[in-house]
Design a protein around this ligand. Structure first.
Ligand code: C2E
Ligand code: MG
Ligand code: MG
Length: 403
């Protein structure tokens, strides 16, 4: 039988580990506010002589079946700790995150073996972050909790991985002694086009912060997701938008070219805007209309332009956020129900950036007043509104070219 047609068995993995066919790839995690690289996640890679690279989804179950996951964990730790001092010359506080399986957490000697590993390799626990999946915590919660406490006592940082997939109860979560939660990429990757996932991400960030955890979003594949996560107050991002997993040999040069200032795309523009206002620089001012209903946007634009206002428009909160920084409007007319980032999220993001800009809430009927009060908005317009009210309220906050 040809090797390709035979199924891989657990012994194949054991041999690969012994023969040095299992290596690591590293993927950066970046702070969303500063743009700094905070750690590298070490991901196991099996380079099979005939089949080529084999994915963890295939070989982790094999490793579990032959009881090799703990050997794998130490194999990964060792490879990372060999290279880390070099990478730390470039980024002094850099850590490596290592994935730990449920079986390993259940091993009563794990903490002792970790301590021995540090000693033998001249490594420090502070260099590492141990990622434990949410489902691990659900499996023998008592034992896992005890193990987490043991490794934290040694000085390791602990994160909950793939958060949102493990059905842990909120009560249990509140008792976990961990440093960070990583929101699973099934929620993060589609969040800019999927309202419900965005709601889950937003709620998880708030919950994580209330419990004192750092919050990481994994699976950030594009700039929109990066910006939305930042606007929602998430702390750290990981994903193809920043970098794909890379070989250890490529890490140093990647760290050399990574520019935190370019990464934190919002920051330079925001600072420029603050500087300009500090020096009293006058730039053309606008009214920003944020509403996902094109007919309403066009109607408002027509009226306000007739009265001499300069109008910029956005179809969602994320676009509006960008325009607040770029166009420096004098007032925002804000619809509450919008995709990507809704009115509430927009206001939270504006406040989080320390921007003080008048906001007029526009929504249906009596809820406009309630929203305005809740968000601390400056005024409201109940839809459908009289054109005269629109012009009046706009005049309170913005200057028109003609008047
Ligand atoms: P994980 O710990 O959640 O690791 C993140 C996975 O998401 C990695 O897949 C990574 O390549 C992938 N990923 C990162 N950014 C993106 C993105 O923007 N889009 C998409 N679609 N994917 C992204 P990988 O390397 O295939 O690892 C899969 C899982 O295998 C890991 O999930 C982890 O649970 C497990 N694993 C990997 N290495 C090890 C290891 O050394 N030990 C143990 N126990 N498990 C490992
Ligand atoms: Mg992980
Ligand atoms: Mg994960």
């Amino acid at each position: 039988m040809l090797p390709l047609e035979t199924r891989l068995v657990p012994e194949d993995f054991e041999q690969a580990l012994a023969h040095g066919d299992v290596g690591i790839a590293l993927q950066p995690l970046v702070n969303l506010r500063s743009g700094n690289v905070v750690r590298l996640e070490a991901l196991a890679r099996w380079q099979h002589p005939v089949r080529g690279q084999i994915a963890p989804a295939t070989f982790i179950p094999l490793a579990e079946r032959c009881g090799a996951v703990t050997s794998l964990a130490f194999h990964v730790l060792r490879q990372a700790s060999d290279r880390l001092p070099d990478w730390r010359q470039r980024v002094p506080d850099l850590r490596v995150a290592v994935n730990i399986c449920v079986q390993t957490m259940q091993d009563p000697l794990f903490a002792d073996r970790l301590a021995a590993f540090l000693k033998c390799n001249g490594a420090s626990a502070k260099w590492f972050d141990l990622e434990i999946t949410e489902s691990t915590f659900m499996h023998e919660p008592e034992r896992t909790l005890q193990a987490v406490e043991e490794v934290r006592k040694l000085g390791f940082v602990v994160s909950i991985d793939d958060f949102g997939t493990g059905y842990s109860s909120l009560g249990y979560l509140a008792t976990l002694p961990v440093n960070a939660v990583k929101i699973d990429r099934q929620f993060v990757t589609p969040m800019t086009t999927d309202h419900r996932r965005e709601a889950i991400v937003r709620a998880t960030i708030a919950l994580g912060h209330d419990l004192g955890f750092e919050v990481v979003g994994e699976g950030v594949e594009d700039r929109e997701t990066w910006e939305l996560l930042g606007a929602l107050g998430c702390d750290v991002a990981q994903g193809y938008h920043i970098a794909r997993p890379m070989s250890p040999g490529d890490v140093r040069s990647w760290l050399e070219v990574w520019d935190p200032h370019l990464a934190a795309v919002r920051r330079p523009r925001l600072e420029a805007a603050r500087r300009a206002s500090a020096h009293g620089a006058r730039s053309p001012r606008h009214v920003l209309v944020a509403d996902d209903e094109p007919a309403i946007v066009e109607m408002i634009r027509d009226i306000l332009e007739e009265y001499g206002f300069r109008v910029v428009t956005a179809a969602n909160g994320s676009e509006a956020l960008r325009l607040v920084e770029e166009a420096e409007p004098e007032v925002v007319l804000l619809d509450m129900n919008m995709p990507v980032l809704d009115g509430e999220g927009f206001v939270a993001a504006v406040r989080a950036r320390g921007l003080r800009i008048p906001i007029v809430v526009m929504t249906a009927g009596s809820s406009a007043k309630r929203w305005a009060a809740e968000l601390g908005a400056d005024a409201y317009l109940s839809k459908p509104f009289e054109l005269a009210s629109l012009v009046d309220v706009t005049k309170r906050f913005a200057t028109s070219g003609s008047g």
